[in-house]
Design a protein around this ligand. Structure first.
Ligand SMILES: [Zn+2]
Length: 362
């Protein structure tokens, strides 16, 4: 039986980024309200588990002691030039009340999920408050302070698991990709908008890892206007064969929802049906899946996408009508847009295959 754990507690609601900041912590609360109203937090193997603040010893598996100290001090009002040099206190990564407590609690949710998967108490877990994939060992970046996704992969790898990290946030999952750039026990695959157009400006097809990690870092940049059918074509031609060849023990899935049409920070045109399709593909591997939130700056669209993803992760019938009206309507695509996107996508598929596939006998 599927054991599906939703990670949430009201304690997360105590923290907010500044009001003018695009990152809205209320998305987790709203997602939780929808899935709760659908009865999807209990029964049939489903449960809700609160996050626990991640311990310093866990955080140090990825972040430096100097950085953690500086972040905590900044959060307590002791801000200095060193903090600014680490990206703390910038427009993207402002200091706000309870910043450190929030970052550690949200990260703790992902850590709890990883532990539940290792112990066998969960085979599906979702922390909508996680997914801070841009943070570096000594750097706050792109609204992210502590990299829960990288920490989850580290913890799972330490438990002897082969980890597949899949990142569908519209921005390159740089913090996680570079954490495992030299390793072959954690494969990272990031689908994102063309880095020439979008933060953080990395994630080109030729960034494939180094040393032992060569061929285990996969970057799939996508053109402006990428729509569902085109996205799924790349997913099926690149991600599916690579995941099959890699044969992971566990999947960590960063489900930033900022690739959805209407996101104010990006330029792709997906509907949430893509996320449902991807979750179904991932479930077909029969391995545990740790899903996190991430970006997503149209709050209502993001919340619906995450609620839909949870319903699919829970194994609720994926028929179009059965998911409480959570699915987006299909978007029409002009033939001109279709041609433009498809030609760029064909080139991406060829480049990624040429750079990566031979390392996996594909
Ligand atoms: Zn993003």
């Amino acid at each position: 039986m599927r054991k599906a754990v939703f990670i949430y507690s009201g304690e997360l609601e105590r923290y907010r980024y500044p009001p003018e900041h695009p990152f809205n912590t209320i998305r987790a609360k709203k997602t939780r309200e929808i899935v709760n109203s659908m009865g999807l937090l209990s029964g049939e193997g489903r449960s809700e588990v609160p996050p626990e603040a991640a311990e310093r010893i866990v955080l140090k598996k990825f972040h430096s002691a100097r950085y953690l100290h500086t972040l905590k001090a900044a959060s307590e009002g002791k801000f200095n030039a060193e903090a600014f040099g680490m990206g703390i206190g910038t427009l993207d990564c402002p200091v706000f009340e309870g910043l450190y407590e929030y970052a550690v609690l949200a990260t703790g949710g992902t850590v709890v999920a990883a532990k539940l998967i290792i112990s066998g108490d969960a085979n599906v877990a979702f922390n909508p408050s996680g997914g801070f994939h841009h943070a570096g060992p000594e750097r706050a970046s792109g609204f992210c302070y502590i990299n829960d996704a990288a920490l989850a992969c580290i913890i799972l790898a330490e438990a002897g698991k082969k980890v597949l990290y899949l990142d569908v946030d519209v921005h390159h999952g740089d913090g996680v990709a570079y954490a495992f750039y030299k390793r072959s026990d954690v494969m990272t695959i990031s689908f994102h908008e063309n880095p020439r157009m979008l933060f953080p400006g990395t994630g080109f097809e030729d960034e494939i890892g180094t040393g032992e990690g060569k061929g285990y870092c996969v970057n799939v940049p996508l053109p402006i206007g990428t729509y569902d059918e085109a996205y799924m074509k790349v997913f099926e031609e690149i991600a599916l064969p690579l995941i099959t060849a890699f044969g992971p023990d566990v999947i960590v899935f960063e489900l930033g929802a900022d690739a959805l049409s209407g996101d104010p920070l990006a330029h792709l045109r997906l509907t949430n049906n893509v996320y449902a399709d991807i979750v179904n593909h991932l479930l077909s591997f029969g391995r545990p899946i740790l899903t996190t939130g991430g970006g997503g700056y149209n709050v209502d669209n993001t919340v619906r996408a995450w609620a839909l993803a949870w319903s699919v992760l829970c194994g609720v019938d994926s028929g179009q009508e059965q998911q409480g009206g959570l699915r987006d309507e299909n978007l029409s695509v002009s033939s001109q847009q279709r041609d433009t996107v498809l030609s760029a996508i064909e080139a991406t598929i060829e480049a990624v295959k040429a750079n990566i596939f031979s390392f996996h006998n594909l």
